[in-house]
Ligand binder design. Structure first.
Ligand code: NAP
Length: 318
């Protein structure tokens, strides 16, 4: 075998797993397709990771990457296409070729969900964005739309509010989902107009975004609003299509309490896993647990009778 453990994904879950597997002296590779540090590196400000009262996503990403690198895992930049069972383990097939391993920890996270409306793909990167910290500065003193009512919409909206002239916060219901502290801060902003019970049905532009069509789902009325950018924060899609293990109806991987998936020797941790919520600190904890479980599996000490065949897959998310 090339490795004892291959970790797929280099965010908080994957890097934390690698710290633990390397400290257990297991031969470890981490394969990451985009940025080591994970999608959280694009967050403006993290305030709920214990020990870091306020840290930017970029600094946090650097810190966790450097921490993992201290233990010298092989860090491979590539996209994984398949995890295939072989005698004694798995072959992980990626742009970097096929690597064999005794165990796999899937920590591949989730990607931003899209609205699926006209203009969204056409103007992506030209006003349509899922990353306020990356693209927000291009729209200083302009009017922009933020779509969604969860933690991402409000935390990234707070960042945008300091740059732009006005935010239209467009939410499909009349109640926000975001944590109360974010709702309170958002309610104190003077440059936000809320469009409740509303969905964006079209994004218009001329080379770049110039406006949106917004429909009130209660009255059916439509209005056109001039904006220079649309920031979409309507949730996420787990990145799990490359691995054949039991998943919920949305593609999140089912595990038992030890992060074991339905396939012996494959573990999952972080945002790609079926769980109540997605938080960096929980991902890091799950990564650590998956690593310890992988070590015990390799040593033949892990009970497998609780793997997800026995878990009720009924969704716990509402
Ligand atoms: P989320 O919590 O799933 O919220 C998505 C929002 O978009 C919801 O308000 C939802 O409306 C709305 N939405 C979903 N599909 C839509 C559609 N097709 N059209 C219009 N609106 C739609 O996603 P998130 O905010 O990206 O957060 C993802 C996870 O990361 C969550 O677990 C969150 O707690 C976590 N997170 C935490 C922090 C933090 O701790 N500060 C920061 C960012 C993210 P409904 O409310 O009607 O369902």
């Amino acid at each position: 075998m090339d490795y004892d453990v291959i970790v797929i994904g280099g965010g908080p879950a994957g890097l934390s797993a690698a710290v633990y597997t390397r400290r257990a002296e297991l031969k470890t590779a981490i394969i990451e397709k985009l940025t080591f540090g994970g999608i959280i590196t694009t967050t403006d400000l993290i305030e709920n990771y214990l020990g870091f009262p306020a840290i930017s996503g970029a600094d946090f990403g650097k810190a966790i990457q450097q921490h993992a690198m201290k233990y010298n895992p092989d860090m491979i930049q590539a996209e994984v296409h398949a995890v295939k069972p072989i005698e004694g383990g798995y072959a992980v097939e990626s742009d970097a070729g096929s690597l064999t391993t005794k165990t796999v920890i899937v920590a591949s996270g989730a990607a931003p969900k899209k609205l699926g409306i006209p203009g969204e793909n056409e103007y992506f990167g030209r006003g349509v964005s899922t990353c306020a910290t990356c693209d927000g500065p291009f729209f200083a003193k302009r009017d922009v739309a933020v779509v969604g009512g969860g933690d991402s919409a409000l935390s990234e909206g707070l960042y945008l509010s300091r740059l732009v002239n006005k935010i239209y916060l467009i939410h499909r219901r009349d109640k926000l989902r975001a944590e109360p502290i974010l709702q309170k801060r958002f309610s104190e902003l003077s440059n936000v107009e809320y469009l409740w019970n509303s969905v964006v049905t079209k994004i218009a532009g001329e080379k770049k975004v110039t406006g949106i069509t917004v429909k009130n789902v209660t009255t059916g009325e439509e209005q056109e609003i001039n904006v220079s950018a649309v920031f979409i924060y309507i949730g996420e899609v787990p990145q799990t299509s490359f691995v054949d293990v039991k998943k919920d109806e949305n593609g999140y991987i089912m595990t038992d309490e030890n992060m074991q998936t339905s396939s012996p020797g494959i573990f999952a941790a972080g945002d790609c896993r079926h769980s109540l919520t997605k938080q960096a600190i929980i991902s890091a904890g799950e990564g650590a647990l998956a690593a310890i479980a992988a070590q015990m599996y390799i040593e033949g000490r892990l009970r497998s009778k609780e793997r997800p065949e026995a878990v009720n897959p009924q969704r716990i998310l509402s």
